[in-house]
Write a protein that binds this ligand. Sequence first.
Ligand code: MG
Length: 400
Amino acid sequence: MFVTAIIAAGGTGRRVGAARPKQLIVVGGRTILERSVAAFLGHPAVSELVVALPREIAEDPPACLRGTVKPLRVVSGGLRRQDSVTNAFRAASPGADIIVIHDAVRPFVSPDLITRTIDAAAAVGAALAAIPARDTVKRSSDPAGAGWHLVAETLPRESIYLAQTPQAFRAHVLADALAFTGDATDEAALAERAGHPVRIVDGDASNIKITTPDDVVLAEAIARSGDERRGAERAEGAPGVIMRIGTGYDLHRLVEGRPLVLGGVTIPFDRGLQGHSDADAICHAVTDAVLGAAAAGDIGRHFPDSDARWRGASSLDLLARAVALVRDRGLAVSNVDVVVIAERPKLGPSIEAMRTKVAAALGVTPAQVSIKGKTNEGVGELGRNEAIAVHAVALLVRNS
Ligand code: MG
């Protein structure tokens, strides 16, 4: 079964924070867009992703959407939500069996909820996550804006569900639904109008939609409790918790006529590292550490010099691709520690810039990246400044 995930992030709303579009609000150290995309990239049933973004973001997509191992296409959103989904649907593989649609502003969707929604759509044709109403529901007959409202009726609460996403559809059902041109706030409503049965799947209370500043406060708490829970599980060594460690090493000769690039930063020096592309030994060692932690081979296997695709590639880009590859296996970088053995130049002034660049490629914060410089005390080839060597370790944890 080929499943395409559509991440609907086409809205231009800035209700939450005026400074940036709501898709790029940071919660617990990651944008909500990245969290939502990661949930589907890491899901074993999902074959490809299409992300609908406002035009100005789609033209220069954030790093989390680049270099992913599963195919990921970015399309521009439309005026209405259903226009964005229509654009994304057109970009999906023609052979897709199931389309699962998710709002980027719901960053805490669980793998289990994604699975159940996809399975229900496969069985019935259409399905959505929804939670039962907990409050008593009143319908008002007064038009909005009157300043006050009278109750027209009290609805039987047992039959009321509040719609969430994901919502999933067999491809032909979604095609029928999107053929309706009337306005709708979700695709399930369009499928209902097209006469298709839509199954309700039990949603999660933590699968919140972030649209107001209050939501951001709640989202931070959810992100923190998730981090704490995972931290506690790790501390207790709870069964099923996965921690994996990897080590990487690289060495390049120093030669004249080359820039010295380490950790993505060009450092002023009279020589540079010899090698293909930028010969960035920090990125190469960290890439091997990340791949090693997942037992996923090494940099030479995934990005061989002999392949024209990688010949001119920046080593930061290759590092980001390695992270996407391990993320696809359900692993996330927890921290990285690096030792650079260089007799000269002094690395101190460049350390912060290198940490920032490497962290961005890893999709983590600089606080999760340590880079330390060492000399070789004048001993041997490294001590004679004929080469620079780098050791790295990376800790990966289950990305749930
Ligand atoms: Mg190398």
